[in-house]
Ligand binder design. Structure first.
Ligand code: ZN
Length: 303
């Protein structure tokens, strides 16, 4: 049975909870232990910086592999230090080597892709979980899935254009839900002990926001700014840039699905309806129906 240890580390950047979770996946496979001495073999994931908390845990295991769920700065700051200190194999997503090198300063030794099994334990497997960042992955273990910034126990995560992709994020949440992990190990905050409930909550949150964006468009909004005014019925002065980038990500999704034409260069302008097969009020109603259905599922399964 693989074990997972969460190590919250304080980071400088503005992130939820002010800390990023580094993780150590410990293999209990006795064969690998015999090969490497008395310490069990382990994988270090998302070291945000060199930190005494990680050092203390690293002393008790043999870190042989290092990887990150995605290459945002709050997840990669310690990669170089721990790669030098341990001599571990550094992994990166296939096709994203340059991005990985630019953000970590490390040339990866190996690349992975969807389905790659890490050679530390037969049960540690890479899952594609895009949406928050283009190179975002999850790591599936017997103890649950390390899901990076796809989910949090409380609140939501940022899906912002251009680094994020809303359509992909919906897919990632549905995928996590379908795999029925026993636990989710997020990039920030507490371990998630009810993964399916959390995935549905986050899907509902996104669906609700999409409904608000569609309603704003139905009411005549034609620019990101005017949608922002109508879709967020609260004071967003402090998070205006984040909200703007989130609305853009929603508009890109609606464009990809053929509901609107969104001019990405002139991000202030929304053109005409690409497919007038459904009047806008039908789409808004469809969104509400999905919400009601998801709400019903949450209430009936998890109470
Ligand atoms: Zn993060």
């Amino acid at each position: 049975m693989t074990r997972v240890r969460r190590i919250p580390v304080a980071v400088d950047s503005q992130v939820p909870t002010g800390k990023t979770n580094a993780y150590i996946i410990i293999s209990t496979n006795t064969e690998t232990r015999a090969n490497t001495g008395s310490h069990p073999e382990a994988v270090l994931v998302d070291p945000p910086a060199q930190a005494p908390e990680i050092d203390a845990m690293a002393d008790r295991v043999d870190i042989t592999h290092i990887l990150v769920t995605h290459t945002h700065p709050d997840h990669v700051g310690g990669v170089s230090t721990y790669a030098d200190a341990t001599g571990a194999t550094v992994w990166c997503r296939r096709g994203r080597v340059q991005r990985f090198h630019n953000l970590t300063g490390v040339e990866p030794d190996q690349t992975f892709h969807e389905g790659t099994m890490l050679p530390v334990d037969e049960s540690v497997r890479i899952l594609d979980l895009p949406g928050h960042a283009p190179d975002h992955i999850g790591i599936e273990t017997e103890a649950g899935i390390l899901c990076g910034d796809i989910a949090r126990a409380e609140g939501s995560v940022a899906i912002t254009s251009p680094d994020g992709a809303m359509r992909a994020y919906f897919v990632a949440l549905r995928r996590l839900h379908a795999r029925q992990p026993s636990r989710l190990y997020p990039g920030h905050g507490e371990i998630i002990s009810h993964p399916r409930e959390t995935c549905l909550r986050l899907l509902m949150h996104r669906q609700e926001r999409e409904s608000q964006v569609l309603t704003a468009i139905a009411d005549g909004a034609t620019s990101v700014e005017s949608i922002l005014e109508q879709a967020y019925n609260k004071d967003i002065t402090d998070v205006r840039d984040l909200a703007r980038a989130t609305v853009r990500a929603h508009l890109e999704k609606l464009d990809a699905e053929g509901h609107i034409v969104f001019n990405r260069e002139e991000t202030e302008i929304i053109d005409t309806w690409k497919t007038p097969k459904w009047p806008i009020w039908v789409m808004v109603r469809q969104g509400r129906c999905k919400l009601l259905k998801q709400n019903w599922r949450v209430q009936n399964r998890f109470q």
